[in-house]
Structure formats: structure tokens, C-alpha cells
Ligand binder design. Structure first.
Ligand SMILES: O=C(O)C1=C[C@@H](OP(=O)(O)O)[C@@H](O)[C@H](O)C1
Ligand SMILES: C=C(OP(=O)(O)O)C(=O)O
Length: 433
């Protein structure tokens, strides 16, 4: 068994907040300075799409006193309608967030544009994007199966909307909010199940509870003034290091400056309820986001995880692959219900987890909205070939289990970790005692 110790100060900057900082910068009047922007492939896709739609921006790497590099992005814009017709289809690569949230902005621009992605993104559902934008008066075309390419005939005459989200999705909520900022009047977005709230926080939108739902109010045609953004470390990346520390006995790791927004940190609550050795320290608020340090130690054993609450699932959606693998390795068991959304990510994450766990000797059964792990037959001997399904979170979840337990796993297309965590292996090496 290996042991991991140390302090993590080089976790990737948050992917969700980086996307939004760039998009909101492009919608704001003036110069937006973003400190600690993410170098992950997905966030770089957002910058490149913005540039190809006419937004002036620059990016530089600044070497800090501790030798770490930090990215600073500067965006100059004249506000809501500063975009130019792109010469070619806009390539979003693997990033669903880029494609969906930018569609909301393009729907309000008076020109034709097209959004495309890599082979994984071209299979993901986009009807959830087209539906609200069509209700607002935009002309949107999808493939016959409801996927990209997304063809957008944008209009300056978008109508305000009152929209109850049919699926808990922060991407859909955000794209409706971005489109609504351009509409001729006030819009309301209603969430039955809450999702991450960075867009509301960063735009300073009013929101309130009504009859058990969350209502978000978006003013129309209100100029947004440019303001600086600081991006804290990504809790979804922290989850991998937390799992490493919990799985490898004798480990103790301090993870610094992590975004602990309650709509992102549910994985910590799930793990603490299962008895995990976790302590949150140094909690503070920067730019409306809670930030703190996480101390993880493998001193206590965790109980098997059973996750079925739709609200918890919505705010821990990206952490479920790691939680599933952690629970399987630490306890031999895991159970998940109400999580069909996981089948619509970069891969079908339920199927991907089950295929790989079965190759590792676990006994699994999957159903439409989840799966169960009931135990482990003998662990296979020798190197086990696992499939990343070209999905960064699947690749990293199994890479962590391999590192922590000393298992020899050969994971296909492992470079996919760069989508959200380019320094993943470097960081693991630096923590190995
Ligand atoms: O808004 C965001 O930044 C994200 C929302 C989630 O997707 P959905 O909105 O599809 O649930 C999440 O899975 C994705 O990694 C990032
Ligand atoms: C689902 C994810 O991202 P996106 O939807 O932006 O591709 C993810 O990072 O897990």
C-alpha cells in the first residue's frame, strides 16, 4: 500500500467558474481581468470560441514566488452585443459547458452561427438547449437526433421568458440566463432541484424560494460593468485528491484554497456522513464564493456509500464517479439511484463505471438510473486494462484507485485527464511519500 502526504497548492482553478468568468467578461462593458484562469482543455476551448466570435482577449502565464505558474486572462468588450459572425463553425472540442452556455449568448446575436464538438460532444443531448431558446424567439436547428451541430439564427429581438428547468442543469440555467440578459424585459428561471449557482453569484442576480422552488430573476438589456474575477481551486478536482487520501492508509493531505460553495461541496458532506476523516479549515468568502482548505486523513474507515437523493446528486454530479470507485475499493459496496443524468456526460458514466469495476472483479448490476456494487470476487492478477471511454472523470477515478492501492491498471487514452486536470499525474507523484 502506498502513502501520500503533503500540501496541495497547485490544484486546477475551477472549471465552472473559469468558463463563466470568460463568458461574463465577454458580455461586460470594459476590461475584465481574470486571475488564476484554468489551463484545462475545456476552459481553453471557451477562450478560443470567444476569440473566433470576435472577442479580444489575451492570456499570459505569470510565474509566482513559489515557482507555480498562474494564468491571467484579460478580456476587452463593449458589452452584450460585441460578438462578430464567426467565419467557420465554432469548435467546442469536449466541452459541453462551452457549447451549451455559448449557445445562449449566440441566440441573441443578430447573425448565423454553428457550434460543433468532438465525437463525444456531438452525441450529447442539445434539445434542452434549443427548447428554451426557441421559446424566446431564436431560430435553432439540431440534428434529427437532437444533438449538435447546433445551428443558430440569432436575433436581437429575444423575448423574456419564465422557464421551469425540466432537468436540474446549471448549464441550461446559465444559457437561459445569458440569453435573458439580452431580452426585452425581465425573465424568471425556476429550479425544482437546485444546481451549482455560480452564474447567479457572478452576475449578482436576485433569487428567492417560492413554494419549495428556487426562482432566479434576470433583468433584460441591463449593461454589465466589467469587474475582476479570481478563480479558486476546483472542488471537482479536489475530490480525486480527497479519495486518494482516504483510500491509501497512513496518508494525510492538506488541500488549499478550494471553492467550497455549498452547491459544489456536497461530496464532502456525503463522505463525512460516511465517517471519512475530513476537516475544513480557514473558511472565507472571496468574490461571493466560499473558499477553504480541506485536510484529509485515512485514519477512519468509511461506510459503504448509498446515494439516491436527487438534490444531493444534482450538486455532486461530477464527483459521483470518484465516490463510486472509492466506495467500491474501500468497502466492497456502492449503491446509486436517480442519477440517469450521468448517462449524458462525456461518456455514459454509469455504463463506464460498471464495465471497469467488473474488469476489476467487482459484482455490479446496472439499471436505467444507477447501479449497485454488491461485493468483489477475487481481484484480477497482473495488469488490468481499463477503458477511459475518453472521459476525464472516468480516467482519473480509476487512476486514483490504482495509485492508492498499488494496483497495476493500464487506462486507455489517459491524456484525456487534461480536459480538467492537466497536472494530475505530476501532482500525484509529488504527494507520494
Ligand atoms: O454548469 C457547469 O459548469 C456544469 C454543470 C454540470 O452539467 P449539467 O448542467 O449538464 O448538469 C456539470 O456536469 C458540468 O461538469 C459543469
Ligand atoms: C460533464 C462535464 O463537463 P461538460 O458538460 O462541460 O463537458 C464534466 O466536466 O464532468
Amino acid at each position: 500500500m502506498r502513502v501520500f502526504k503533503g500540501e496541495v497548492t497547485a490544484l486546477p482553478p475551477d472549471k465552472s467558474i473559469s468558463h463563466r468568468a470568460a463568458l461574463i467578461g465577454a458580455l461586460s462593458e470594459g476590461t475584465t481581468e481574470i486571475t488564476n484562469f484554468s489551463g484545462g482543455f475545456d476552459n481553453q476551448s471557451t477562450l478560443s470560441v470567444l476569440q473566433r466570435a470576435g472577442i479580444a482577449l489575451s492570456q499570459e502565464e505569470i510565474v509566482q514566488l513559489n515557482g507555480r505558474t498562474q494564468r491571467r486572462v484579460v478580456i476587452k468588450s463593449r458589452g452584450l452585443w460585441s460578438f462578430q459572425p464567426p467565419a467557420e463553425p465554432l469548435m467546442c472540442n469536449n466541452s459541453g459547458s462551452t457549447m451549451r452556455m455559448f449557445a445562449g449568448i449566440l441566440a441573441a446575436q443578430p447573425f448565423r452561427s454553428e457550434l460543433i464538438g468532438d465525437s463525444s460532444l456531438m452525441k450529447r443531448p442539445m434539445k434542452r438547449v434549443a427548447d428554451p431558446l426557441r421559446l424566446m424567439g431564436a431560430d435553432i436547428e439540431l440534428s434529427s437526433s437532437g444533438t449538435a451541430p447546433i445551428l443558430i439564427n440569432g436575433t436581437k429581438a429575444l423575448k423574456p421568458i419564465a422557464y421551469r428547468l425540466p432537468v436540474p442543469s446549471a448549464q441550461v440555467k446559465s444559457l437561459v440566463a445569458f440569453a435573458a440578459l439580452h431580452a426585452d424585459g425581465e425573465s424568471r428561471i425556476i429550479e425544482q432541484v437546485r444546481s451549482r449557482d455560480h452564474t447567479e453569484v457572478m452576475l449578482g442576480l436576485e433569487s428567492f424560494d417560492q413554494n419549495g422552488e428556487r426562482v432566479i430573476v434576470v433583468p433584460g438589456r441591463k449593461q454589465i460593468e466589467a469587474r475582476p474575477f479570481y478563480i479558486p481551486a476546483d472542488p471537482s478536482a479536489a475530490c480525486f485528491i480527497v479519495a486518494l487520501g482516504l483510500l491509501a492508509r497512513g496518508s494525510e493531505i492538506m488541500i488549499r484554497d478550494v471553492c467550497l460553495n455549498p452547491t459544489r461541496a456536497a461530496f464532502l458532506d456525503i463522505l463525512m456522513a460516511a465517517g471519512a476523516g475530513l476537516h475544513i479549515e480557514n473558511l472565507r468568502v472571496i468574490g461571493g464564493e466560499s473558499i477553504g482548505d480541506i485536510l484529509v486523513s485515512s485514519a477512519s474507515r468509511i461506510e459503504p456509500l448509498c446515494i439516491s437523493d436527487p438534490q444531493l446528486i444534482a450538486i455532486a454530479i461530477d464527483e459521483i464517479p470518484m465516490l463510486a470507485v472509492l466506495s467500491a475499493f474501500a468497502t466492497g459496496c456502492f449503491e446509486l439511484h436517480n442519477a440517469a443524468e450521468l448517462r449524458t456526460k462525456e461518456s455514459d458514466r454509469i455504463a463506464a463505471l460498471v464495465v471497469n469495476l467488473e474488469r476489476l472483479g467487482f459484482v455490479c448490476e446496472q439499471y436505467p438510473d444507477g447501479f449497485v456494487v454488491t461485493g468483489r470476487k477475487q481481484a484480477p492478477s497482473g495488469t488490468v486494462v481499463l477503458d477511459s471511454f475518453d472521459d476525464h472523470r472516468i480516467a482519473m477515478s480509476f487512476a486514483i484507485a490504482g495509485r492508492a492501492t498499488g494496483g497495476s491498471f493500464d487506462i486507455t487514452d489517459i491524456d484525456v485527464v487534461g480536459v480538467s486536470f492537466p497536472n494530475f499525474f505530476e501532482l500525484l507523484d509529488s504527494l507520494e511519500a
